[in-house]
Design a protein around this ligand. Structure first.
Ligand SMILES: [Zn+2]
Length: 254
């Protein structure tokens, strides 16, 4: 965990749920909405076998705290008005095998999903790519939805101790110790693959070598950098949502 981040275990419930809703809206507005698909969850502090998760039926970009559902690792819904996404096993089985993980993101971002069809290695084409210099695993046991616990277990096994996993012909799963870390990783992974796509239009891109990538990761993402990326993403979201809020206010006033 970077300096300046709130450890999950100490975060009061309301703040963490608001943060999870913000995470959904950030990812949705930053190009990871795929209609009403995709979901984000966070492990509940003090209840390591429970989570809050985006409820079904809305875009990521539409989620507020009241749209979250509370679930346990026996696949039971404990609270929340919304239905549960069928791909719940992605979250449960990763939390079970990765005690270090407190946030799981599953999305179908356009560039990363297209790249996940290729099985190519991801060269470190930009500064952000050094986060993913240790090759990310590919899940290709199935390209179908992950709706059964055994499929979730297989996916968690493929993820291993990595930051993310490519799902062939489907999407990505990104994990983090905190919501801030997982969202920064998901945002930067899609940005890296967009950069790669453009670089390939110019020719065959060369990447940073492994030794320099490790140094760069330390220089660029050490200290409180992840926290400031998160705070910047929150401000960017606020700017985007401001006209909508003003319009709602005007309509309320009649
Ligand atoms: Zn999916």
């Amino acid at each position: 965990m970077s300096k300046g981040e709130t450890p999950i275990a100490e975060a009061p419930e309301g703040i963490l749920k608001t943060k999870l809703a913000l995470a959904c809206r950030i990812l949705g507005t930053e190009g990871q909405d795929d209609l009403d698909l995709g979901h984000v969850s966070v492990r509940i502090p003090g209840h390591p076998e429970r989570m809050w998760m985006k409820g079904k039926g809305l875009c990521l970009s539409e989620i507020h705290a009241e749209d979250l559902v509370t679930l346990d690792f026996n696949y039971r819904k404990l609270a929340g008005a919304r239905a549960v996404h069928g791909e719940l096993p992605i979250h449960v089985e990763i939390y079970r095998t990765r005690p270090d993980v407190n946030c799981v993101i599953h999305t179908h971002p356009l560039y990363a999903t297209a790249f996940a069809a290729t099985r190519q290695p991801l060269p470190a084409v930009n500064n952000e790519a050094v986060l993913f210099a240790a090759p990310l695993p590919y899940f290709d046991a199935s390209t179908d939805l992950i709706v059964k616990p055994e499929q979730g277990r297989l996916l968690a096994e493929t993820l291993g101790d990595a930051k993310a996993v490519f799902m062939k012909n489907h999407g990505i799963v990104v994990v983090g110790e905190s919501i801030e870390q997982a969202v920064a990783r998901a945002y930067l992974l899609e940005k890296t693959i967009k950069t790669l796509f453009i670089a390939k239009a110019f020719g065959e891109p060369a990447g940073t070598d492994a030794a320099e990538a490790a140094l760069k990761e330390d220089h660029i993402f050490g200290g409180d950098r992840i926290q400031s990326i998160w705070e910047t993403l929150v401000r960017m979201l606020e700017q985007r949502e401001k006209p909508l809020r003003l319009l709602e206010e005007l309509l309320r006033k009649g």
